[in-house]
Design a protein around this ligand. Structure first.
Ligand SMILES: NC(=O)c1ccc[n+]([C@@H]2O[C@H](COP(=O)([O-])OP(=O)(O)OC[C@H]3O[C@@H](n4cnc5c(N)ncnc54)[C@H](O)[C@@H]3O)[C@@H](O)[C@H]2O)c1
Ligand SMILES: [Zn+2]
Length: 357
């Protein structure tokens, strides 16, 4: 088991990473000062796999547990579902001190996190991420949100959890494409900050795909460590935190234009390669580094070529994105593996040219 402390002054919190940790949840909750009533928010798939056992175990350890279910899928990240959850929380007499446990993928984490941030002006949030993406990305850093129509994460808050427990055993039941989608963020973490971790991934991807316990623990650990380092320096996303968006400027546009047929990780994989190509055209990145990035993504069974979508629509979607300032698209570019920087100087015509290739 590994622990990372996300250092945010009085809002600091531990992230526990390893195999078999859900069985220890009661102990970690007690250590964090929780007792009595708690509420698990999860979806029926995850509830059947892990929630029911967790609920029974916590009840045996003296907690009074209520479970609130939300159907799976991005569509549930809505104010409407949040509204229903407020109602159910009130019905089960959840109070100011009652923690909400978000058990599931990023959808549950973002939604339950948003509800925790707003119900009674904020109740404690505990993240129990069960997808690779949620373990390495969405459960750490405190961004919580719901969507507004087609506009993703439009309504939200910065609201740090009190505790994160990432049980890597839960990844064993994850569909292969969900695992690949999370791997895109793992690879991204290495690309933006840590060449040594990138080499580790180059050498160990097969073991990760085979869900080898110690390789998974190591990979989640380094990804969370990198995210925590960045978030610690820029909690409210006013500068450095932007580097976590490497591959996301084009990635988000691809997701939108594909009508979310492309999974987030797949779109980000293509976006990372495209941002690498832009960097290379600008003479910033060596071709050999770009090839390394492509090779690792291919090993992870992620796409690296542009899907067949209309370039004009992608350009338009990109310009609607939050990362557009004064008509220019903000980009994270790659200098070398492990080394990125943020710039506003990327010509839209170069982006378009790379997209057309
Ligand atoms: N807050 C942030 O900083 C942040 C960062 C990245 C992504 N996100 C958000 O995360 C969301 C995507 O999250 P996701 O990729 O985890 O998808 P998801 O939450 O939709 O989960 C994917 C599917 O996997 C199932 N599932 C979850 N755990 C499982 C398990 N252990 N075994 C079997 N099935 C399991 C779920 O029922 C769901 O159907 C998006 O809404 C995105 O906006 C947030
Ligand atoms: Zn992402």
């Amino acid at each position: 088991m590994k622990i990372i402390q996300v250092a945010l002054g009085p809002k600091s919190y531990p992230v526990y990473i390893g195999s078999g940790l859900l069985a220890q949840a009661g102990r970690y909750l007690s250590q964090s000062g929780f007792s009595g009533k708690l509420v698990i928010i999860t979806d029926p798939v995850v509830n059947q796999l892990y929630g029911e056992v967790l609920n029974r175990r916590l009840a045996r350890e003296g907690f009074q547990v209520s479970t609130l279910l939300v159907p799976p899928g991005e569509a549930q990240k809505s104010l409407e579902t949040a509204g229903r959850l407020y109602h159910e929380l009130a019905e089960c007499h959840a109070e100011r001190t009652t923690p909400i446990l978000a058990l599931g993928g990023g959808v549950i984490g973002d939604l339950a996190g948003f509800v925790a941030a707003t119900y009674l002006r904020g109740v404690p949030l505990v993240q129990l991420p069960t997808t690779l993406l949620a373990q390495v990305d969405s459960s750490v850093g405190g961004k919580v949100a719901v969507d507004h129509g087609q506009l993703k994460n439009m309504i939200g808050a910065f609201y740090q959890p009190r505790l994160v427990i990432a049980d890597t055993d839960t990844l064993k039941t994850l569909p292969a494409e969900e695992l690949a989608s999370g791997l895109a963020e793992v690879i991204k973490s290495a690309v933006i900050r840590d060449e040594k971790f990138f080499s580790y991934l180059e050498q160990n991807l097969e073991r990760i795909k085979a869900l080898d316990a110690s390789t998974l623990e190591e990979s989640v650990f380094h990804s969370v460590r990198i995210k925590a380092e960045v978030v610690t320096q820029d909690e409210l996303d006013s500068g450095l935190r932007n580097i976590l968006n490497y591959g996301h400027t084009i990635g988000h546009a691809l997701e939108t234009v594909s009508g979310f047929r492309l999974k987030h990780g797949q779109a980000v994989a293509v976006g990372m390669v495209a941002a690498g190509k832009i960097s290379s055209r600008m003479g910033i990145l060596k071709e050999s580094e770009l090839s390394r990035l492509k090779r690792v993504l291919e090993q992870a069974e992620l796409p690296t070529e542009m899907p067949r979508l209309k370039v004009a629509e992608i350009m338009q979607a990109m310009q609607h994105d939050k990362k557009v300032r004064q008509g220019k698209v903000r980009f994270v570019l790659l200098k070398s593996i492990g080394n990125v920087f943020i710039t506003d100087e990327v010509e839209l015509s170069l982006v378009e040219q790379v997209l057309r290739e």
